[in-house]
Each structure stands twice: as C-alpha cells, then as structure tokens.
Design a protein around this ligand. Structure first.
Ligand SMILES: *Cc1c(COP(=O)(O)O)cnc(C)c1O
Length: 712
C-alpha cells in the first residue's frame, strides 16, 4: 500500500498516541508544524502537500518506517493472544460499556478537563492493550473545556475554540443500513437529537454523542458544545443524553453490553434506559427490570466533595424525565425516590450518585482512604459491612504506562528489565532488574529529561503569550531556570481542597528555600480553575503575583493552559512532585504515579493513593495519617510540615553530592519508588481488577467474591 495512505490510516486510530515510533514519524517530517498543530496528525497531514510529503519521505528514508508502523498497528489489531482472550472471553459477545462525561486521550482531542477524563482515557487504552472489550460512551464537546489565558493582572480568562470535526480522529457511526446514526431522547418539552461519532482507541472504540443536529432547537444544538459549562438545566440534559442517548446509540450499533460501567454519577440515567428496554423486551414490571439491570451495573464514585455530586431540583427532573417516567410506568414520587437518600423526603433533590449507588451490583471507590470516606458519606444507602468485607470496594486508580513514560526512560527500562517488560507490568519479577541499574547512567538520563522540560518551558511560556502577556519570561529569568536545580512540579485543577496555596503560605520562608545560595529550588505551576470558581481564580492570581515578585522571578514559573501535553512534560522532567490535598478529600490522584515512572519523587499529604504506596523510603510525606477537625488548623500543621520536610530532608538529600557528584540516597529513593510503585499503580493492574472483580461477575462468567481492594 502506498505510504501516504498508510500514514492516514495510522492517524485515524489513537493507538499512535502511545507509540513513540509513530509519533517520531510525524515529528521527523516537520517538527515545527507538528508542534503548531498541537500534535494532531490529521490536521498535520492536511497541511502538507503530497509532493512535499513525497520529498520528505525520500530525504528521511521514511517509507520503511511507515510501512513498519503500519504493520505494527495491523498486527496489534489482529493479535488474539491477549490477556483478555485468556481471562475475559465472555466479554466478547457482551462488552463493557464505559460511560464517562469526559475522556482524556490526547491533547489533540479536547474532551476532558482533568483527572476523571484522563483516567477514562487511560482505562480505554489499557483495556485495549489487554484485549478487554470496552466501548467508551461519552459526549462530543465541539469546544471542549476551555483554553486558559492569564490577563496582565493574573486573572484567568477562558476562550473557547470550535474544533473542526474534519481534523479530529472521529467518524460518523453508521447503522446497519449504512446511513449515519442518529439517536433521539425526549424531554417534556423537546426531542433532543444527536449524531453519533466514533473514534478508534487501539482495539476498542469510543462512541460520542453530538447534539449539533440541524433539526434541533437552537438551545439543544449547543447542548453538547462545552464540557462542564452552563447551568443545572444544561447539565441535566447533557446527562440525559449521555446516559439514555448513549445506551440507545450502542443498541443501534448492535452492541449489547454485558456491563454498564458508570464512571461517576453523570451517566446514571443509563440505568433507567436499560430498565426501560428490559420492560419492553421481556414485559417485566419496573422493579424487576431495575433489579436485573443493577446486576450489570458497576458504579465508580470518586470525589468526596459535595459539589462533585450532581443534585437536581425535582421540577427539573420532571421536565427532562417525564417521557421516561411514562415508559417506566412510575409515579413521580417513585422516580424521584430512586435518587433520594431518604425516599420519602419530598424536599430532597435528585442525586445522580444516589441513583448509581442504589442500582448497582458493584460499587467502588478509587483508593483505600477514598473508600472509607465514601462509606462515611453514603452509608445511609450502602449495604452494611459484612463480617469479611467493608461495604464499599476500592480499586485504586492507575496510569497507562506507555502514555506517560518518557522515551529515554523506556529505553533504559528495556535495557535493564528486558524486552516486553511493558507487557509484564504487574509481575513483581519484572522490576527486579532495577537492582542492576547503574546510578550514573540513571542520573544522566534524568538530567536529559529535565533539560527537555526546561526547553519546553522556555518555548511554552514565551510563544503562547505571543510576546504580549505579562507572563513572558525575560532573558534574565530564562537564565535562572537551570537543569541542575531541584525542580518541583505542581499541576492540577485549582480546586480549593488541592491547596496550591500551601507552599505559598510563608513567602519569606519560601524565599530562603528557593534562593538558597548553594541549594536553590525552582517550582513550576500549571493548572486551570473551573470558570465559575472565583476562589480558584484568586489562588491562580496569587501564584502569578508570586511568579512576578522579584524574589521569585524565574524561580517560580506558571505555565498557562494546562493540558495533557503540559502535564506529560512536567511529570517527565521534574525531580519532585508536590501534592497537597486536604486529607481525606483526594479521591486518588494519579499525576504523582506518572512522576514516579519517570524517576520523580513525591512529596505529598497522606491522601488518595499515597498512603497505599508510601513506605518511608520511596518518597516523602507531608503531615501524618491524622486529620484535625478544624481545616484551618490542619492547613497550618501541613504548611509547617511541608516547609520543614523540604528544608531538612528533601533539599539536603537532593544536594548531597559527596559521592562522585551524584546524590546516592536520592537515587536509592528513586529506584525504590519505581520498584515499589510502578508495578501496582498502573492501569493494566486497574483494568485487570475491574475485569476479575466487577466485569466478569456481572456477566455471570465467574463467581468471584468482591474482595475489598486487591493484593498486588
Ligand atoms: C494525570 C492528570 C490529571 C490527574 O491529576 P491529579 O491532580 O493527580 O488528580 C489531571 N489532568 C491531567 C492533564 C493529567 O494528565
């Protein structure tokens, strides 16, 4: 086949996003353009003439590489010696439908805002690698989340760009008759129609609903244009489309899911649609249909923040669910009771999480501490703990290794862990080879990665602002960033509980730490605040202000417009990953896992995944495993612990160069971190856990009891 067609085929399956061999081909053709199109191969190819491509292919002898990559993809798609074929064959006829409001697969497909979406993306990718049939179900947000710009005085502004669907790796899903699919969901006052797009994620696919249909009302046409935008009324209709429309789309595609995995409550209306379908097909009454539906539902709850759980006014629920209520033959009160903690409380709003928790066979939190918090939050509706189990399971989140690992590190691992180590991620034996890893060689690799990060920062901070923003680094500031300086990364959503302010609480003390004459420190911040979150924006403004304070110029940096690309550079290049959530409000957090994989160490409160991983020699803890009843007091204690740990432990250890100029103890921590963490906190282990403990029991393929958590 002609190489141009092969390149096109490669660009159409998101498999390339975790194949460095394929990424390199695009980059090598035109590095500047590759960056300019935000690593979008479809747009990239549209901007190069066939003649130019031909010429480049000749110059760079690309034909063989493209051919090789193409056959690599083909073999991957045809391979049937997968873990899934061995262990989860029952899911082939009835795959898992994985519903999520966001999917973070790559920076060029902006359907995510943060951790929840990246988790969903990593889940799909790992399921593909394992050969576990999972079809993602989501919404197509033409304008995504938002692009972040900071004004002169450090205030976040949001801009929205409409994606050009012709430049995204999606295609219209077709029905049996070859015509593009459309689904319709009725509310009391309208009938919302949606196109169905499909994207290929390795062996799996992602189905996306898009309400921009000509015959919709103007309001409905823009229903899916932005993620987490709009008011409650927009939100509930988006969720109606996601849950009900999503399941209808699968049926029209002849996909008959054996499992409905709901990633948070946003999609919980899928439960009602599934019950409705059963009533129609098997003439069952609602209660039976719901009971039978629940046997298929896996519900994952993440956040312990109240605001993270959608609650809708009963009037609003009536407005959007009345047609469904008729089909289900339910009274208004009965329907509302499904989403109420106290079914008889007429004043209680309808909560999507309650609907999910009450109608699922398997519910789980995403870390051990998160399970305890979740239990406290929802124990009124969760079954009581039995003798051997607590009532709520936990499956700790993990990361898709190939998406987050820096290429030089991957080579190093291959050399020391052996070929195909990435297929044996969860075997303890796989990581034993680290013992032979040469300290000097390891350290050398990390310096290269840090230098790459600094180049990225120079480019990002300067180019993005177009020379206008006050965020622009002067030549002087640029010089201050150094690859021999201890570099701390902090990037995430700017929610209050994540406490980005912790390290800024005492600027004088920070000044001493950052500007120490022999042991300097530089801190890189990045992250977005939700457009409606004033508190988060105020915090961002504070960071911008600090970054422009003469004491911190060039030592405290803020990178605008946090996304998967910025995140990838940061986790691959920093020495220390700072994570300061107020215990126990972090669901899991995964960015610290990405840092470890690339040789970074964590400095984190004992929240989310960290208490499960921290052993005293693989990173650092802020505070201990207690929490004070007064959050202000907790913040004071954690601030003190953070500074003290930096001053007395982290910085001295990093700069202890008595042995051949490299920090031996720091390096032993790094190796120990990879050894103890990479094997457990990856998405391959996570998807296997879901498959064995939740998916297979749901299709009746294996009766394995729901153990709480997993032995690794
Ligand atoms: C990994 C990742 C997250 C998750 O970060 P946590 O703060 O650890 O939950 C969020 N956003 C992006 C872009 C990521 O890559």
């Amino acid at each position: 086949m002609e190489f141009q067609q092969q390149l096109k085929d490669l660009s159409r399956n998101l498999y390339w996003t975790w194949q460095p061999e394929m990424i390199d081909i695009f980059r090598d053709i035109d590095p500047g353009l590759w960056r300019a199109v935000n690593h979008n191969p479809i747009e990239f190819l549209s901007r190069i003439s066939p003649e130019k491509l031909e010429e480049k292919a000749d110059d760079l002898a690309l034909n063989a590489r493209i051919n090789h990559a193409f056959h690599h993809l083909k073999n991957y798609l045809q391979d049937d010696m997968t873990w899934g074929n061995l262990h989860a064959a029952a899911l082939h006829a009835h795959p898992v439908a994985y519903f999520s409001a966001e999917f973070g697969l790559h920076e060029s497909l902006p359907l995510y805002s943060g951790g929840l979406g990246v988790l969903a993306g990593d889940h799909l990718k790992s399921a593909s690698d394992l050969g576990v049939p999972v079809v993602g179900v989501g919404l197509f947000y033409a304008q995504g989340y938002f692009n972040q710009r900071m004004t002169e005085d450090g205030w976040q502004t949001e801009t929205y760009f409409a994606s050009d669907v012709n430049k995204l790796p999606i295609k219209k899903a077709k029905g049996g008759d070859g015509a593009p699919l459309e689904v319709e969901v009725r509310t009391r006052t309208s009938a919302i129609k949606a196109h169905v797009w499909s994207a290929s994620v390795g062996r799996n696919s992602l189905v996306l609903l898009d309400s921009d249909v000509g015959s919709n009302s103007r309001q409905d046409r823009t229903l899916t244009s932005t993620l987490y935008g709009g008011d409650d009324y927009t939100r509930i209709r988006q969720e109606l489309l996601l849950g009900v429309g999503g399941l209808r789309a699968l049926h029209k595609l002849n996909i008959n899911p054996g499992v409905l995995h709901l990633n948070e409550g946003h999609s919980a209306f899928a439960i009602l649609e599934h019950a409705r379908k059963l009533m129609e097909l098997e003439s069952r009454p609602f209660d039976e249909a719901r009971e039978k539906t629940a046997q298929k539902v896996v519900f994952t709850t993440h956040t312990p923040m109240e605001s993270g759980h959608d609650r809708f006014h009963p009037h609003m629920v009536s407005e959007v669910l009345d047609p469904m209520r008729n089909d289900l033959d339910l009274s208004h009160d009965h329907l509302l009771s499904l989403g109420r903690i106290n079914p008889h409380d007429q004043n209680e709003h309808f909560c999507m999480t309650v609907l999910g928790l009450k109608s699922s066979r398997f519910t789980n939190a995403v870390s051990s501490i998160n399970a305890r918090t979740t239990w406290k939050m929802w124990n009124a509706i969760l079954p009581g703990p039995s003798q051997h189990e607590t009532a709520i399971n936990h499956i700790t989140n993990g990361i898709h290794v190939a998406s987050w690992l820096a290429v030089p590190m991957a080579h190093l691992y291959t050399r020391y862990l052996g070929k195909n180590w990435e297929k044996r991620l969860c075997d303890p034996g796989t990581w034993e080879g680290l013992k032979n890893l040469d300290d000097d060689e390891f350290w050398e690799h990390l310096q290269v990665l840090k230098a790459q990060l600094i180049r990225f920062i120079h480019r990002e901070v300067c180019s993005k602002c177009g020379g206008k923003s006050g965020n622009l680094l002067t030549a002087h500031e640029k010089l201050r960033l150094s690859s021999s300086t201890l570099t701390i990364g902090f990037s995430r959503r700017f929610s209050e509980y994540k406490r980005a302010f912790l390290i800024l609480n005492d600027l004088e003390r920070l000044d001493h730490i950052v500007n120490h004459p022999d042991r300097p420190v530089q801190i890189i911040f990045s992250g977005k605040a939700h457009p409606a979150n004033k508190q988060g924006k105020t915090l961002l403004q504070k960071i911008i202000k600090v970054s422009r304070d003469p004491r911190f110029l060039g030592r405290v940096i803020f990178i605008e417009d946090y996304d998967i690309n910025v995140g990838r550079h940061l986790v691959q290049g920093v020495d220390l990953w700072l994570n300061t959530p107020r215990r126990p409000l972090e669901a899991c957090g995964t960015s610290g896992q990405k840092a470890v994989l690339n040789g970074g160490l964590n400095l984190s409160t004992l929240d989310g995944w960290w208490p499960e991983a921290f052993d005293g020699k693989n990173g650092f803890a802020i505070g201990d495993d207690t929490q004070h009843s007064d959050p202000a007091e907790q913040d004071r204690r954690d601030t003190e612990s953070l500074y003290k740990t930096l001053e007395e432990t982290v910085v001295p250890m990093f700069y202890d160069r008595r042995e051949n100029g490299i920090p031996r103890e720091w390096i032993s921590f790094q190796k120990h971190a990879i050894h103890t963490i990479a094997r457990r906190f990856n998405a391959s282990r996570m998807v296997k856990d879901y498959t064995l403990h939740a998916y297979l029991p749901a299709v009746g393929a294996r009766t394995c009891s729901h153990r709480n958590g997993t032995e690794y």
